[in-house]
Design a protein. Sequence first.
Lengths: 159, 667
Amino acid sequence: MAVQSANAAATRTIMIAIIGGVAVFTLPTVMLLGVGMLPTLVAMLTDRRKEKYATLCVGCMNFTGVLPFMIVLWSEDHSYEKAFSLIADPFTWLVMFGAAALGWAIFFVAPGIVGMFIGMRAEQRIQRLRHRQRELVEEWGPGVAGGNKRESGGEDGAG
Amino acid sequence: MADGMVVIKDRVDVDPNKPLPEFDLPHAKAFAAKGRRDEAAELVAYACEPDVPLRFDDLESMQGFSGSALMRLVEWGIGTWTPRRRRLPVVVYEKPAGGRLIKDVAETIEPLNDEQLTRNFLVPVMTTLRDMSARGVPHRAIRPDNLYYADTSKRMIILGDALTCPPGLNNPSFVETLEQAMADPIARGRGGVTDDLYAIGVCLIFLLLGRNPVHAQDRQELIERKIAIGSYSALTAGARIQMNMMELLRGLLSDEVRERWSIREVELWIGGRRLTPKQAKLPPRAARPLTIAGHDHDNVRSAADAMGRNWLVAADVVRSQDFDNWLRRSLTDEVVVENVNKIVGSSAVVANVPEADSPKLVTRASMALDPAAPLRHKGFACHVDGVGPALAMRFDQEDLRQKIADFINGKFVGQWMSLQVRTRSDLTELYSLFDRLPANLNQTGVGYGIERVLYALNDHIHCRSPLVDVYFITRVEELIPAMEMAANRRDRPSSPMDRHIAAFTAARNPDIDERYFRALSGQDDSGVERTLAALNLYARIQAHSKNGPAPNLAGWFSELLKPAVNKFHNLKQRKAVEANVQKAAESGQLLELHTIYGDNRAVQRDQQGYARALQEHQHCGAQVQQLTIELQNREHMASELGEQVAAVASGVTGSLGSTAIIITYML
């Protein structure tokens, strides 16, 4: 156990060092991401579930909203000025936060749709099962439903 | 043909509205009848009591018999006796023109002289008895009140009916030999021509004297007198008999069977041979008497008879040392001592016989003392071949049934046969039958018990079941048609099978396997198994007897077996079975009906299918229940699953969107 913990800690340290190193050389991108991914940060902070579905949901959409501006930054001028100019542009905020909002929307709407789907499917299945039960009663009489018990030679008529 | 006539075999019309009381017999009423071929001939028909067994075999043998000293049997058969609303055996004779000699044994007539007696009675009667003997038929109903005048001039005297009841049933004790008189009248057995000759002797005394000197004597008193002084002396009772007749009468009334005159000797006497009259041979007397129930007895025959009558106290007598002393020292009859040793055992053995076996001890002791006498058990005195008719006539009497059952279980017949000097082939057959009877008697199931014994001992009696009693069926072949009529009756009972029908079938048809009868005593509560077993049995009988269809009986069974159809859980199959049952019932073929009900494979398939259906229905129910719970917890599940779906949807959308953006910028 101790060996495994030590390995994880070492891996984590190496990863932080690499990311930190990369961040030092890509600070404009980090700044843009830092600002643009704020909704994801908020979602992460408010998501109390262990699986972090809300964070994942918002994060994915949020990143899609931030990605065009990162490409612009990388492709035109990877500088603080360009990063600030992009951040200063309200359209940039609209796109980044709009995408995050779309993530939230998916997160809130999906359970309702799923619930509706589950309900429909269960009701259909219940109908099929009840139909089969009716067929069995028609073929074997009410005794088969268990409500009218008879071991053998019952006197219940054809039902 | 007038309305209400009873037709016998399309040959004789009997008019139940014209009784002939002067010809009545104790167990058969007489009615006027007409032959269809010869309407001028006057006939008398006897409508027999159904519970009194007819002499069926003898009726067959006597068909066409033309003895001059016997009422001529014209026809017999089973007819529908409308006044009693049932079928009865009817025996038709030519009506004796001169009527009956006397109606009651106490009546008197003008005495006949020896010449009249010989010419008008003895000669023709001897010829008739000889002819009957050639056919193997004893008369056994020769008594003064069963004699008739054959002609209107009232000269020729002939014998009356003998076939409407068991041999000797209606004979008063004085007419019977000692061996027969000591038996109960219902259990006298077939007897033989020697018994007839003895009865002729009694009738001769009556005809000679014009009266019967002993008619008023008590039966037991007369038996004791016959034992003590011999039959001749007892029956003539001091009356004067002509010397020439004395020899004949002493010969005919000899109590020793071997010394009793035969037909040949009587014919020699008629032919003129005259010998010195024989003195009666009385049983050897003991030096001192044996006391039984307060009465002294000085010979074995008397002692045996007293033991049989006083069976409750006789066991103590047999156990006592006094009996042993009397037997060995006072009687000094080596044959009797040997018989007692063989059948009863030594005094030491007798002393150890348990109290419960006292009746058997008395039976064996009386049998050993007097082997020619009837077997006596618990007060019931019978000849072996008289047990069947006795049971038939008194079947409704519980005490007699029990006595006969005890008698059969006692297995006395083998011991009795070992004491007989002469063995008859018919008795050997009876011994074999009696040896087998306890096995059937002691089974309690339907088709066994005392009913089985009743039909085993009486080959020709009708089935006594209340279902078919009125139809008077004597053969298994007649059972299905009778049941077909019974099934159509409104007052039919709940079950088409009872102990009598089963026993009758078992006894009359040995081809039907015993397992069919054992199934009739099934223990199922619903009774379906028993009804199925009954149907199976009837189906076999119908097949064996080649009877025609029996739709009413089949319909009755189909009604009773509705629960068996309802056993089928599968409603389609049930309807199909119902349709098949209806079809089979309409066809009246019981075997077909039984094939449907007895298809166990179909029942098994149905039960297996039902078990599967029950399981599937339960499984469906469980699933529905689970799905209903799921529906109730839909919000929670949707929330759980929806977040996952949202995450996946967002991930997929984001990935696709990012890919699209990258491609757009790269182009």
